[in-house]
Design a protein. Structure first.
Length: 522
């Protein structure tokens, strides 16, 4: 069949499609606007973009399906519908690009995701029109090269359409909307596309997860940033960075640290679904109750952008939500297990045991060791600590309570980089010895009960950011000295043997004369 006969056969359809294309181009020319001063008609047409954008998706995917069907025996006649469907796909793609351009000119949109959405949308329109034209060429010249070119253009059209749809979903519903429940291979492939910035988090130690970065920002990215991010800023508000959140928007601050009930973001999330000010607005993916509770907890806890889960108390109300993201928190697991050390030399372990020390693995399958001198406490002195030096990297729990060590032993322990628990109770150490512990970045537990340590010695502990437990009963530390240390280490729980708040009243009670006579039992 000659090319002229093909054109004649599809003349009516071709004329109709050409007419619609002409109308679309005329509208495009008539509505060419200055982005700084769009007309009301331009704004109206722009608002049609979310509606018409689905038309090219349907027509062009249908064209691909019809093309595959037409190549099956007995279904060849399906090909007669191709120019009509492809033509409508091209027309609707052009009009969708026009409406999208006008919507962007209305303001509130911008950023890399919008730019890529626009560019690739234009590419879809151009390639779909070329595919429409090539269909006729293929009918007139059915050579293999033309067939391959047509198939390649149709495949490219569908591929571009999927990417543009992905970017549109990101703009409308936030990052991760299309990929959150996708099969892993597709999710990883889509993560490489513009606008998809969510990464799979692997938490070998859940306590290291940063609360804002790993728990809060993903919620904002899913529900809020499409309207309050780099691409669009409703109410002149951005929620895509700590700086923007702190800056707020036209309505003022979006949150009040420590007071979730007074924070605008919480108020709007909990509004009825049909309220005009509800966030996210009607038609968008709503914040779940679990996510809302997580936001409330974060704000009540101070809305820090730097704290990790290890820095904060995790109440039972949000723990299941957090553990679905990070895995089990395992509060009782020693944090030191996240550090890697080589296995200890068995000969050195036996040598340490030869001086009466008990040395054993901290846990099955790990290289860290625990050691104590309980059995030789009365004879264990500074010189015996030297026997532990070859195991300095591996020893993390060390109990020297009740031994005869002094500050000289602590000078040796300064060479133990991974100490996490250290019991020095009832020993002869003093303030001078504590300075050797000032760089123990893993030290979480320290027992100084029954020593001569004073407030001056506590000053050496101020840099121990991981210190959680400190026992000071029967020392010379005062409540004021302990308070100063706790101001520098807010997560520290320390004990003087009684509540520091009751220290003065307790001392007065001991000093006061008995109010009642003591009666002796018969």
């Amino acid at each position: 069949m000659k090319y002229a006969d093909i054109l004649k056969q599809h003349r009516k359809r071709s004329y109709m499609v050409a007419a619609v294309l002409g109308v679309a181009l005329c509208i495009l020319a008539a509505l060419a606007v200055d982005p700084e001063n769009p007309s009301e008609l331009a704004l109206f047409v722009g608002r049609l973009h979310p509606l018409v954008v689905h038309l090219p998706i349907g027509f062009l995917i249908l064209a691909a399906i019809l093309e595959m069907l037409s190549r099956r025996p007995g279904l060849e006649r399906v090909a007669a519908t191709m120019p009509f469907v492809l033509g409508l796909g091209g027309v609707s793609a052009i009009f969708s690009v026009l409406a999208g351009y006008l919507l962007g000119a209305s303001g509130g949109y911008g950023g890399p995701t919008v730019e890529w959405h626009e560019r690739l949308g234009i590419c879809v329109a151009i390639v779909s029109v070329l595919t429409f034209a090539l269909w006729f060429v293929r009918q007139a010249r059915p050579e293999p090269a033309v067939q391959r070119a047509y198939t390649g253009l149709l495949s490219l059209t569908v591929g571009l359409l999927l990417v543009v749809g992905h970017l549109g979903g990101t703009l409308t519903h936030g990052e991760g909307y299309l990929t959150e429940y996708a099969p892993a291979p597709l999710r990883y492939a889509m993560a490489l596309l513009p606008g998809e910035n969510r990464e799979e988090q692997a938490f070998s130690r859940p306590g290291d997860a940063v609360v804002y970065r790993d728990l809060i920002h993903p919620i904002l990215a899913t529900h809020c940033i499409s309207c309050h991010g780099p691409d669009k800023q409703k109410g002149d508000l951005r929620l895509d960075s700590p700086e923007a959140i702190q800056e707020g928007g036209d309505s003022g601050p979006v949150l009040v640290a420590g007071k979730a009930s007074n924070s605008e973001i919480i108020k709007r999330i909990w509004l009825p679904a049909d309220h005009d000010d509800v966030m996210p607005p009607k038609g968008r993916r709503p914040v779940t109750v679990a996510e809302a509770e997580l936001l409330r907890w974060w704000i009540d806890a101070g809305a820090s952008f730097d704290q990790t889960l290890a820095d904060v108390d995790v109440p039972a109300s949000v723990r299941p939500t957090i553990e679905r993201i990070t895995g089990p928190l395992n509060d009782g697991m020693p944090a030191i297990l996240a550090v890697e050390v080589p296995p200890a030399d068995p000969a050195q372990i036996e040598k340490a045991r030869s001086v009466g020390l008990t040395v054993s693995p901290l846990s099955e399958g790990v290289a860290f060791l625990q050691a104590h001198a309980t059995n030789v406490a009365s004879t264990f002195g500074d010189e015996h600590v030297q026997a532990l030096l070859p195991l300095a990297d591996q020893i993390t729990w060390l109990d020297l309570s009740g031994t005869q060590i002094s500050d000289s032993a602590l000078a040796v322990l300064a060479r133990f980089p991974n100490l996490s628990e250290l019991d020095l109770s009832r020993t002869n150490i003093s303030d001078a010895g504590l300075r050797h512990l000032s760089d123990k970045k893993h030290l979480e537990y320290l027992n100084l009960y029954g020593t001569t340590v004073t407030d001056a010695g506590l000053a050496h502990l101020a840099g121990l950011q991981e210190l959680r437990s400190l026992y000071l009963w029967q020392t010379r530390v005062t409540p004021d000295g302990l308070k100063r240390l706790q101001e520098q280490l807010p997560r520290l729980k320390a004990s003087l043997g009684l509540d520091p708040a009751d220290f003065d009243s307790t001392m007065q009670a001991y000093a006061a004369p008995a109010q009642q006579p003591v009666t002796q039992a018969p």
